[in-house]
Design a protein around this ligand. Structure first.
Ligand code: 5GP
Ligand code: ZN
Length: 115
């Protein structure tokens, strides 16, 4: 699907709404979360609109999304110490922005189970 006019992350991914860009290529966009939950908190999104993990249906893109999460961790200096990659999905999964994204969190000890 092309960009959805009312979608916040479509606007961020296209640069229409400014963000602190960490990395991007033609397909994917990584930027700092506005409300960080850890010293490092970056979101990685596809530039094209996909509602969430269950709507992706694109194995190659999902692979590159995860690969990019690992790349971001390296760029932010947390690859060695460790980090967490999260895809909140749907209402009970805690998803609040309905454009596929993974959180890359690190720079502190993560706890389990998540809330
Ligand atoms: P979710 O709750 O859907 O898994 O994650 C949405 C994330 O987007 C939240 O962590 C929230 O802080 C972040 N977020 C919401 N609005 C904005 C925004 O305008 N800019 C940035 N950089 N992050 C945002
Ligand atoms: Zn979107």
């Amino acid at each position: 699907m092309a960009a959805k006019a009312e979608c916040l992350f479509c606007k961020i991914g296209s640069g229409q709404i400014p963000s602190k860009v960490v990395w991007q290529d033609e397909e994917l966009f990584a930027f700092e979360d506005i409300n960080p939950q850890a010293p490092v908190h970056v979101l990685v999104i596809p530039k094209r609109h996909i509602g969430g993990l269950s709507d992706a249906g694109d194995r190659a893109l999902l692979g590159r999304l995860l690969e990019t999460a690992a790349l971001v961790a390296k760029k932010k200096g947390i690859a060695e110490s460790g980090y967490r990659v999260v895809a909140n999905t749907g209402r009970e999964g805690g998803q609040t922005v309905f454009h596929l994204h993974v959180h890359v969190l690190g720079g502190r000890q993560m706890t389990w189970p998540p809330g």
